[in-house]
Design a protein around this ligand. Sequence first.
Ligand code: AKB
Length: 325
Amino acid sequence: MSKKSMKKILVTGSVGQIGSELTMVLREKYGNDNVVACGRKTKPSYTLYNSGPFEFLDITDKDAVGKVIKKYDIDTIYNMAAILSAVGEEKPLVCWNVNINGLYNILELAREYELTRVFVPSSIAVFGPETPRINTPQETVLKPKTMYGVTKVAGEILGDYYFKRFGLDVRGVRYPGIISSETPPGGGTTDYAVEIFYEAIKNNKYTCFVKKDTTLPMMYMPDCIKGTIDLMNVDISKLRHHCDFNMASMSFSAEELSAEIKKHVTGFKCEFVPDFRQAIADSWPQSIDDSAARKEWGWNPSYNLSSMTEDMLEKLSNRHEKGNL
Ligand code: AKB
C-alpha cells in the first residue's frame, strides 16, 4: 500500500514520554499525514505539532474521540494516554477515569468503527508483592497494590476480552521503566532512572527517591519503540498472548546506575533519600522473564546498562551545550 492510500494511525498521549517519540518514528515510517497525534492539554513540541496532524483530545470524552476517528478515517490506535503510578496514588480517581474509562472508550470506538488494530500498553505495575520478584514469569499472580497497577491488570483483561468477544485485534506489552532523552516522564515510580541523567549533566548531583539497592527492570527508548511497532506488525497467527506480554531488557539497582554515570561524569554525586515511591518500587519485580515475547514475535532488545548510559549522556550533553535542556 502506498503511503498516500494508507489508512491512518491515531496516537493518544502523543505529548507524553513514549508517545512523543513513537509518533515521530511512526510518521517517518508511514508518512507524516498518516499519523494523527493527540494530547489532552500539554503543549506539544514544535516538531510534533508541525510535522503532521495534531488534535487536542481527552480520551475520557468518547464523542470527541469518535469525531477524530471519523475525521481522519483512523484505522489503528496506539493508546498511549495514561496516568502513571506515583500520580495515580495521589489521584486514584483520575487514574481510574483515564486508564479505565478512557480505555473503554477507545476499545468501544475501535469496535464500532471496525478498526484494524489497537495497542494498549500495560506495565510491570500489574505485579505485586505476592508475585515472584526475580525472573517474573509470564503467567503469575497479578495482585498490584497501586491504583495504576489495578487499572493495568483490568486493561490487559479488557483488551483480551475484546479480542475474544468481538474479534478486535488488541495488543499490548508490560513496559518496564522507560529511559529516554527527549521527553521526560511524568508521575511514575521509575522516573528516577531518567531524572538522574538530567541532574548529572546539569548539576553534577542527584537526590534519588529510592534506596540504593532498589533494583527494577528498565528499557531504553529505542528498544521500547522498536518492540512496540514490531508487536503491532507481526502476523496475528503467531500470537498466543495478546495484551500482556512481559518485555524485558536490563535490570540494575539505583546505585549501579549512579556508578555507571560516574564512569563518564567526573565528580558526580548521588544520595538516596527514599519517599512514598519506595513502597511502590518494592512491590514490583526486579527482573522479568520475557521468553513469550521473544518466541511469539521475535522481541530482542539491543541496549544494556553501559550502552544506554553512554548514549543518554551523549544526547543530553549535546542538548545542554545548545542550552536546550
Ligand atoms: C511508572 O513508574 O509508573 C511507569 C511504569 C513502570 O509503568 N514508568
